[in-house]
Design a protein around this ligand. Structure first.
Ligand code: GDP
Length: 297
């Protein structure tokens, strides 16, 4: 289970302070030191931890008194609020274009879960929002990727737009939108090519697709298991494409959680969804507050 180590450590730290009728500055100091170590061990970005601890300290020491809570509980409340804020505060929704179709571009490195997430997102849009998406296969470099998306389309009984491997991805994306208009698909989800590393050529292509289709959302799919690498990948995709949100996959694995806790702070872009397994219904809206509660137990 994700966050297990972090969760265990924070919970044991919290236990020490919960019942306290009086919390001294020394108590806060000890608690924040343990929170700091727990976060660093969970691979949370160093600077992110530093800023977070500073805020927790300031708030926990100078906090206003609330009658319903013991001082210990109040300190915990501060930690929870700060963790929630760190992950983005309010959960953010998917954009809806004024004029249909709404266009979503899925980007990310190979193996992050982009194609799977394209299928999952389409499934969620239909099930939860009664939408009728068109999936678009723009990864012309790997025939297997097109096949994979087509298979997902068959499983979901949803249309997949593809022009094989000889066409230009920018043309494919443009034509797909024309088809969506004709066929009244209200969402177009474009599965783009991935590489093993961030590379210039790929970014160029993605920028061209972006210019052509003017997407309402650009979702970067990153693998939570890759920790700080996921954060670095998010930073460079964001710099080059100005993404609108992140989908964190493989949160069902035993990730230490650093990526989930650092991405928003580093990129200032929200985590919108979390992949919780390989199946098509295993995509969840990412709720920072619920995630913070889950971590703190
Ligand atoms: P792409 O190269 O980015 O398109 O990646 P794929 O969609 O092909 O996914 C790569 C692998 O990760 C596949 O085996 C997926 O089943 C798996 N995968 C994707 N999302 C998740 C997830 O949320 N949890 C788990 N456990 N596996 C996932």
């Amino acid at each position: 289970m994700a966050f297990e180590g972090l969760s265990d450590r924070l919970q044991s730290t919290i236990k020490k302070i919960t019942g306290k009728g009086k919390v001294s500055e020394q108590d806060v100091k000890e608690m924040t030191r343990e929170v700091r170590l727990a976060l660093l061990e969970a691979d949370v970005n160093f600077k992110v931890v530093k800023d977070l601890i500073k805020r927790i300290k300031e708030r926990a020491v100078g906090q206003e008194v609330m009658e319903s809570l013991t001082p210990g509980q109040q300190v915990i409340k501060v930690v929870k609020e700060e963790l929630t804020d760190l992950m983005g505060g309010e959960q953010s929704k998917i954009a809806v274009a004024d004029k249909s179709p709404t266009v979503i571009m899925m980007v990310g490195l190979q193996g992050a879960g982009k194609t799977t997430t394209t299928g999952k997102l389409a499934n969620l849009l239909r099930k939860k929002h009664n939408r009728n998406p068109l999936l678009v296969a723009c990864d012309v470099y790997r025939p297997a990727a097109i096949k994979q998306l087509e298979t997902l389309g068959t499983q979901l009984n949803m249309p997949v737009f593809s022009m094989g491997t000889d066409a230009n991805p920018v043309d494919i994306a443009g034509k797909a939108i024309e088809q969506a208009k004709e066929e009244h698909n209200d969402y177009v989800i474009i599965d783009t090519a991935g590489r093993l590393h961030v590379d210039h050529e790929l970014m160029n292509e993605l920028q061209q697709i972006k210019t052509t289709v003017r997407p309402d959302e650009i979702f970067l799919v990153v693998d939570a298991m890759t920790g700080q690498d996921a954060v670095n990948v998010a930073e460079s995709f964001n710099e080059q494409l100005d993404i609108s949100g992140v989908v964190l996959t493989k949160l069902d694995g035993d990730t230490r959680g650093g990526a989930a806790l650092s991405i928003k702070a580093v990129t200032d872009k929200p985590i919108k969804f979390a992949g919780m397994g390989e199946k098509l219904d295993q995509l969840e809206a990412f709720h920072p507050e619920r995630m913070a509660s889950r971590i703190l137990g």
